[in-house]
Design a protein around this ligand. Sequence first.
Ligand SMILES: Cc1ncc(COP(=O)(O)O)c(C=O)c1O
Length: 373
Amino acid sequence: MATFSDRIERIRISGIREVFEAAGDDAINLGIGQPDFPTPEHARQAAVDAIEDGMADAYTANKGTASLREAIAEKHRADQGIDLDPANVIATAGGSEALHIALEAHVSAGEEVIVPDPGFVSYDALTKLAGGDPVPVGLREDLTIDPAAVEAAITDDTAAFVVNSPGNPTGAVSSAADVRAFARIADEHDVLCISDEVYEYTVFEGDHRSPVEFTDRDNVVVVNSASKLFSMTGWRLGWVYGSPDRIDRMLRVHQYAQACASAPAQYAAEAALRGDRGVVEEMTDSFERRRDILLDGLADAGIECPTPHGAFYAMPRVPDGFVTECLDRGVIVVPGEAFGEGGRGAARISYATDVDDLREAIDVMAEAHAAAR
Ligand SMILES: Cc1ncc(COP(=O)(O)O)c(C=O)c1O
């Protein structure tokens, strides 16, 4: 009888899917983690052109095409003010694969990875797949991760800590002071900081900052992706960058697991990076308007919610039974505990949805809240 690896038996399919499956077909879905905008036309067209010109038929270089990696390097030079060599970039199958190769390349069996709790589901699962042990760290009242809590959790066995600003499931944005502290902690303790910045462009107040701007050593690896920056979740194109040694190790995983990112998607992402960014501004403005509608509605319903400053998620505190009461009334929200024990007593609402649906869902959530109390 075939058996399964110990590693695979430590993880299961994310609880988010269970919620979707429990809902009716016509439910309003506030559970989906993707922008509700089409991919920019120039990105789509670049993929079509590449396919028609026969440029997307073959493997690309393992790290991705030189021109995509140059476009990525230019983006980070402009946005983070860093001197990024395209040789130190790997194009991946989304931010998901970037996280996977980062953890696989840096975590040995039994080593610890500090992760935000609640936090994006992949951090815990990919740590376990790498044979490591996730160490969840709770968040502040405003749902940011406290550098002091990260530092206190470091032991001799710590391989890495993961930070994620703007955050999923929280929408929280770390301050420049906190981000600077993450870099200091990585430098002083000589542990890797994996900075997941896939929501980088969706910040409403303040600026996105990256630990890579502040580090004095080579202990920061940055994960990013076209998925949320340019509304390209279906294209599966992300990237990771770091020092040459780290890229060399991550490439070993990427080469054997993936060979290279999908060629049409590489051309599309390059066009998105180089093309008109009007759509990015449009998306951010639109998410901000919807965030305000949601926050007003939750406040009117007496539902307490820390103000999210980025991404398109809010994480209000909710009574037991709230998620089920919402589901029974045809609105899908995700229970906070799907993102870790620290999420218990909260729910994640994705407001990347049509405004009329959002308003209807707010009324339903008010009723569900009253019923669950
Ligand atoms: C925080 C965070 N990181 C990474 C990802 C992975 O995104 P993708 O693989 O679509 O680039 C997601 C997707 O929801 C996310 O929320």
